[in-house]
Design a protein around this ligand. Structure first.
Ligand code: GLV
Ligand code: MN
Ligand code: MN
Length: 410
């Protein structure tokens, strides 16, 4: 396989410079100027590789190497290039730029495939703008209704319609949904975002299951006032209620009896944010996940009921909303087997694993057989600027991806 890993590394480095923050920080929030410039960079590479481009009404990008039998369901691969605030350069990007390099390598070394191979660059895998992740793949798989999509709001109350029109994605959201026979397989290459592969010196992880994510958004309305004049017994401090809720999240997920339950209060904003003023409002976004739905759901219920008690006791109005409560995805047994065979034929050590992070694969699994190829990342770090996978690790992942795409499309 003719993989040009130096060219790919140079492209990863170049895309990382398209960011809302100076290096090494990568931030590309949905529809920001950096996101739009990142998309343009990737589209240029796709065009240079001779891929046929299409964009849908929410900004999902499809780049197709047209096969000899273009009417057959295609083989899909892909990931995302949006990045949370203070992120690194590999999350998602390895599965996008890596897939372009895999296709270029196949173009050099193999004949045109029978089935088309389609790269998908999903819109907003990260939840930063609207609170839910995988916006593009939720819509194309039909998991997110148009009504719910229309109700999405960012922290300033601005909706998806306004944002996507400003980004010049004007078609009807109706048209984003794809038929279930469009793809015969989806395979996503991604960094592990956990420590197992590195610790155990394993080249490749093959994903069998993706943990079930959920997100709660809470708006706490208290009563503000002068930090000197409002005496302690009369206070209705939104920050203190929010702090108790954040601690309750930790307690709820730590007491399910399952080590797989995790909970994070990753957003906690207050108003007015002045040192001499009692916080009158707080916004919390809480991420709760597990490999088992039952334990995840029990933790969610406990968090919601304790939040009600806390707010009642403190005289705070609570508006709570479940932004998403998703089931886990079970990957295709057949695809896992195919990827396992490919790893063995290439002489790479490999292991089946669970993805604790979510990915667009969670929703692609609803419309076609799906699996993921994981490569190790240093220390298991991700969602941080020091996120890193070596060129050698990436090259192995690419070799597995390219071979798998070649076999599936033949
Ligand atoms: C995806 O980035 C996740 O939060 O799992
Ligand atoms: Mn991520
Ligand atoms: Mn990702």
């Amino acid at each position: 396989m003719n993989i040009d890993i130096s060219r790919l590394q140079a492209e990863i480095d170049e895309l990382a410079l398209i960011s809302e923050n100076p290096p090494p920080v990568v931030t590309r929030v949905l529809y920001s100027e950096a996101d739009m410039r990142g998309r343009a960079f990737v589209k240029t590479l796709c065009t240079q590789a001779g891929l046929q481009l299409r964009e849908d009404a929410v900004g999902n990008i499809f780049a197709r190497w047209v096969g000899k039998e273009p009417n057959l369901p295609a083989i899909a691969t892909g990931s995302h290039i949006d990045a949370i605030p203070n992120a690194g350069k590999y999350d998602g990007v390895v599965g996008v730029l890596g897939a372009i390099e895999a296709i270029r390598a196949l173009q050099k070394s193999a004949a045109t495939p029978r089935r088309s191979i389609e790269l998908i660059i999903f819109t907003s895998e990260e939840p930063t703008r609207f609170g839910i992740g995988c916006l593009g793949s939720r819509l194309l798989s039909g998991v997110l209704s148009l009504e719910k999509a229309g109700a999405l709001r960012d922290r300033d109350g601005r909706g998806l319609e306004a944002w996507r029109k400003e980004a010049a994605f004007t078609g009807s959201l109706d048209s984003v949904r794809l038929p279930h026979d469009r793809y015969s397989a989806f395979v996503e290459l991604h960094i592990e975002q956990g420590p197992i592969l590195e610790k155990e010196s394993i080249d490749i992880g093959i994903v069998e299951k993706i943990a079930a994510p959920s997100t709660l958004r809470m708006h706490l309305i208290g009563v503000g006032g002068h930090a000197g004049a409002v005496l302690m017994p009369g206070r209705r401090d939104a920050l203190l209620a929010g702090s108790e809720i954040a601690l309750a999240v930790e307690k709820a997920v730590s007491s399910t009896g399952s080590p797989d339950t995790v909970g994070t209060t990753g957003v906690f904003r207050i108003e007015p944010g002045a040192v001499n003023s009692v916080p009158c409002r707080a916004w919390l976004e809480i991420d709760v996940r597990d490999t088992q739905v039952s334990t995840r759901d029990a933790a969610l219920k406990q968090i919601e009921s304790v939040a009600c008690e806390i707010c009642q006791r403190r005289g705070i109005e609570l508006q709570a909303e479940r932004l998403n409560v998703d089931p886990p995805a079970i990957c295709s047994v057949e695809l896992v087997k195919r990827v396992t065979e490919t790893c063995a034929s290439l002489g790479f050590s490999h292991q089946k694993m669970i993805s604790r992070a979510y990915h667009d694969s969670l929703f692609m699994a609803q419309i076609c057989p799906t699996t993921m190829i994981f490569i190790p990342c240093r220390g298991g770090f991700s969602h941080r600027p020091d996120e890193y996978s070596s060129p050698e690790q990436i090259e192995k992942g690419l070799a597995v991806l390219a071979e798998t795409l070649a076999k599936l499309s033949a």
